[in-house]
Design a protein around this ligand. Structure first.
Ligand code: BDR
Ligand code: CA
Length: 306
């Protein structure tokens, strides 16, 4: 089977970094766009350039929105640090980002054979759809790391990417696009630990060492904030592999709405899992299972090949 064509819209971010490496190995990566979320747009774009240098991606990297549609940015420094990629000393970038803006790039480059994989807030995609709603029907699909069928991580109800720009997420989920949703309910079953970082370090390569240091810092963050220290969920690779290796995930078709107003629930993905005959039509394939060992194995293989 041919590798799927992908544009990766991301906010690197440790787990976004690994999604970029996987995209370069397992897809025909047409471009990387960046969005504010885990860190500033400047940091996210620089970090995407670093990932591209590490994995040998030479295509376009285009910066996108520096602000959510409504309100102010809230960086996830408690997980990713001030740089967005805290841990190893960050190298100077070899190849800078391409001129342009992400929403225009998505509109110009995403065609019927293209998957958009979104591993950050959905601001760029929403801006593109606002200026041309036809985008939703023109792409093969959109694979989103975001939301949850159950618990949140920023609030009890809301996951970070959706919480950071709920208005944008609402536009995307109601767009009519073919959506795959990889939420916390599955990404929290794909766990890295210090045995995994040791194995990466033992590869003896600079990519192995850099990746091991990144994941070590990511584990330290999760140790600080998590009720279950010693492991950390590898969120964003799931959205990428849901396109290149969909058999690793189990999906159910469901209607997903984004809560915009709730005092306790703003940014929640409300996934209708009722077993009733008369429900709103599904607008997403929602992941409910993931093969964690296979996901981690593919990432190890990917880093090992660099
Ligand atoms: C999501 O938020 C970010 O911190 C991660 O990169 C991931 O995309 C998980 O909630
Ligand atoms: Ca991310």
């Amino acid at each position: 089977m041919n590798a799927p064509a992908v544009i990766l819209d991301c906010d690197p971010g440790h787990d976004d970094f690994f999604a970029i490496l996987l995209a370069q190995r397992f897809t025909e990566l047409r471009g990387i766009t960046t969005v504010v979320g885990n860190t500033s747009i400047q940091n996210a774009t620089r970090n995407a350039c670093i990932a591209a240098d590490v994995c040998g991606f030479t295509g376009p990297i285009v910066a996108g929105s520096a602000w959510p549609l409504v309100g102010q940015p809230h960086y996830a420094e408690h997980i990713h640090g001030a740089s967005g990629l805290d841990g190893p000393a960050l190298p100077e970038i070899i190849r800078p980002a391409t001129e342009g803006d992400a929403a225009s790039f998505l509109l110009a480059e995403a065609g019927p054979d293209t998957w958009i994989v979104a591993t950050g807030p959905l601001t760029n995609l929403a801006l593109a759809m606002r200026s041309d709603p036809g985008l939703a029907g023109r792409v093969a699909g959109i694979s989103i790391m975001g939301g949850s069928t159950s618990f949140g991580n920023v609030t009890p109800a809301a996951e970070f990417n959706i919480w950071h720009d709920p208005e944008a997420a609402s536009i995307v989920f109601s767009s009519g696009a073919a959506i795959r949703m990889l939420g916390l309910n599955v990404t929290h079953t794909v766990l890295v630990d210090r045995g995994y970082t040791d194995r990466l370090a033992a590869l003896g390569s600079s990519a192995g060492s850099f990746s091991s240091q990144l994941l070590g810092a990511y584990l330290n963050s999760y140790d600080r904030i998590s009720g279950k220290p010693g492991s950390a969920p590898l969120h964003d690779p799931c959205a990428l592999l849901a396109v290149s290796h969909p058999d690793l995930f189990g999906f159910v078709a469901a209607h997903v709405d984004v809560e915009l107003d709730g005092e306790l629930t703003r940014g929640m993905t409300v996934v209708d899992q009722r077993e009733l005959a008369d429900l709103e039509s599904p607008n997403a394939q929602v992941a409910v299972t993931a093969d964690g060992p296979q996901v981690l194995g593919l990432l190890y293989e990917t880093i090992g090949a660099l």
